[in-house]
Design a protein around this ligand. Structure first.
Ligand SMILES: *[C@@H]1O[C@H](CO)[C@@H](O)[C@H](O)[C@H]1NC(C)=O
Ligand SMILES: *[C@@H]1O[C@H](CO)[C@@H](O)[C@H](O)[C@H]1NC(C)=O
Ligand SMILES: *[C@@H]1O[C@H](CO)[C@@H](O)[C@H](O)[C@H]1NC(C)=O
Ligand SMILES: *[C@@H]1O[C@H](CO)[C@@H](O)[C@H](O)[C@H]1NC(C)=O
Ligand SMILES: *[C@@H]1O[C@H](CO)[C@@H](O)[C@H](O)[C@H]1NC(C)=O
Length: 497
């Protein structure tokens, strides 16, 4: 650290004298991992947060080959001069860590439109302009941990539909706007540890259905709004370690379908609604270092016994507490004060044998409520057993149905086989039919030919008959003529001797 620091001082000194006696320095060296993947090492000294630089000095000339810019150790600047992004337009990573940044203005990253990673951790940022990241729609990773951010405006992440990783850890938040996270529709991990949060806003997680990891540990959270975590359909971890939770109501969580691990490690929990255990859908609930419970339960736990011994007091307390808060008195609901102070006296609904004075009254009530509670718990157990039984019954009938289905399936298969055989037969038959049809056609053709020939023959025959008749007529005529001649001759007188 020492040598680097001295080196920085030397650079600072050189520039103090070199650059027209200006205080501010912006110098850039570079290193290339591959010819096309170059990293610019930026030395910056700009304690007054000026934004009037005309150029970046130093060997980093071929600016368009740079893929990332990181400040060197010992740099100091209270803002992000816009010349940086105007010079290195094509970078996808920028790291300005531990250089004393106090503000992120709207021009800071305006010209680096392709930024995917922005690292700004370990600075002193207290102001982020609403449009600070407006020109960085590709942003995937944003590290703002360890700063001095007290509030986040509503639209600060308006164009961050690609953001998957956001760390706001270690900032002294007073207000994060209720819709600040609304645009982060594919956010995967959200770190807000050590951030002095007192409230969790019911709107924060409404659109974060893809979130798998949420860390709200080491804050000052005392209560959780109803169903605040319900929209987190993909959550696998909710960290609430080291907060000030005292009571767990069933509806704070709603039903978490993705079975996350929830850690309440080291809170002040002294009462739990038994419905929470049944409803929440958590796979693991870490309750170590609390007032009434000191165990972790999970799907692996030998459930009921562990739950009863580990949580019995919590359930009892919850039951007693909810009964008490419905009494017609002005009992405070703050459990820390009800714990240590005496209760206001109440004249009504006291079981026999109980006076209406402080602790004895309390104990009597708790005892009474505990009996009621036991009954309810037994009922719940019975219901669960019945459910299991029903489930088994349903499983069996399902199995039966399945085997029936298998049988039917086999039958269908054999029927299909028969159908395919029949179909083949049919196809053969159709082919034979077609052949026969062809033959019939040919025969018909031949018949037609024959018919034609017949007709020709008939015509020929008619002609012949006609000729024969004409000939016979002719012959008859001739014969007659001859007979006539013979007659004439025979009637002539004979002139010979
Ligand atoms: C630039 O920074 C990288 C990473 O810190 C380092 O490996 C490299 O030596 C630095 N190059 C120059 C020229 O300072
Ligand atoms: C942090 O910034 C505030 C101004 O917002 C300033 O007063 C304070 O001195 C800074 N702290 C450090 C350690 O630089
Ligand atoms: C949970 O994540 C899967 C992919 O990992 C996604 O397909 C699904 O839509 C997510 N669920 C919700 C409710 O966003
Ligand atoms: C359950 O036990 C298995 C094996 O012992 C372990 O891998 C798994 O993480 C445990 N699950 C929970 C929710 O504790
Ligand atoms: C459990 O089932 C039995 C009979 O099957 C029934 O009498 C009893 O009421 C059921 N218990 C509950 C809590 O539903």
């Amino acid at each position: 650290m020492g040598t680097k620091f001295i080196l920085t001082l030397v650079i600072v000194f050189l520039h103090l004298c070199g650059v027209l006696c200006q205080d501010e320095i912006l110098n850039c060296d570079f290193t290339c991992r591959y010819p096309t993947v170059c990293s610019a090492n930026l030395t910056i000294f700009n304690p007054n947060g000026l934004n009037s630089f005309n150029e970046i000095t130093g060997p980093a000339r071929q600016n368009d080959v740079f893929s990332e810019v990181f400040t060197v150790f010992g740099s100091h600047s209270t803002n992000v001069p816009q010349i940086i992004c105007e010079t290195f337009k094509n970078i996808y990573r920028i790291g300005l860590n531990q250089i004393g940044l106090e503000r992120v203005d709207d021009y800071s990253f305006r010209s680096c439109k392709g930024l995917i990673y922005i690292f700004l951790w370990g600075n002193n940022i207290s102001y982020i302009h609403e449009n600070a990241f407006a020109e960085n729609p590709k942003l995937y990773y944003l590290a703002l941990q360890g700063n001095n951010i007290k509030m986040l405006p509503e639209n600060v992440f308006l164009n961050q539909q690609k953001l998957e990783w956001l760390s706001l850890e270690g900032n002294p938040f007073i207000d994060i706007h209720k819709y600040a996270f609304k645009p982060l529709i594919i956010l995967d991990k959200l770190h807000i540890k050590r951030s002095e949060l007192v409230d969790v806003k019911p709107e924060w997680f409404e659109t974060l259905g893809m979130l798998t990891f949420l860390d709200l540990s080491t804050n000052l959270i005392e209560t959780l709004p109803k169903k605040v975590f319900n929209p987190l359909k993909n959550i696998t971890y909710i960290g609430l370690i080291h907060n000030k939770l005292t009571v767990i109501h069933a509806d704070s969580f709603g039903i978490l379908i993705s079975a996350p691990r929830i850690s309440f490690y080291s809170n002040k929990i002294n009462a739990i609604d038994v419905q929470f255990i049944f409803n929440t859908g958590a796979s693991t609930i870490d309750m170590e270092y609390n007032v009434c419970a000191k165990v972790t339960i999970s799907d692996n736990s030998t459930s009921k016994e562990l739950m009863m011994t580990g949580f019995k007091t919590c359930f009892e307390n919850y039951k007693a507490m909810s009964e008490m808060t419905t009494l017609p008195t002005t009992i405070t609901t703050d459990s820390t004060t009800t714990q240590s102070s005496t209760l206001p006296t109440s004249s009504s609904t006291l079981p026999p044998g109980c006076t209406n004075e402080n602790w004895i009254e309390r104990i009597c009530k708790v005892e009474e409520k505990f009996e009621e509670y036991e009954t309810i718990f037994n009922e719940i157990e019975e219901k669960m057993e019945n459910l299991t039984k029903n489930q088994n019954g349903m499983l069996r009938s399902l199995e039966d149905q399945q085997s029936q289905v298998t049988e039917n399936k086999n039958e269908i298969i054999s029927l299909n086989e028969i159908i395919s055989i029949l179909r083949k037969d049919l196809d053969n038959q159709i082919e034979i039919n077609a052949n026969l049809e062809n033959k019939v056609k040919k025969i018909e053709e031949i018949a037609e030919l024959l018919n034609k020939e017949n007709q020709q023959i008939k015509r020929d025959k008619d002609i012949l008959e006609f000729r024969v008749e004409s000939l016979s007529n002719f012959v008859k005529t001739e014969v007659k003529n001859l007979e006539d001649k013979i007659l004439v001759l025979s009637t002539r007188p004979c002139s010979c001797n």
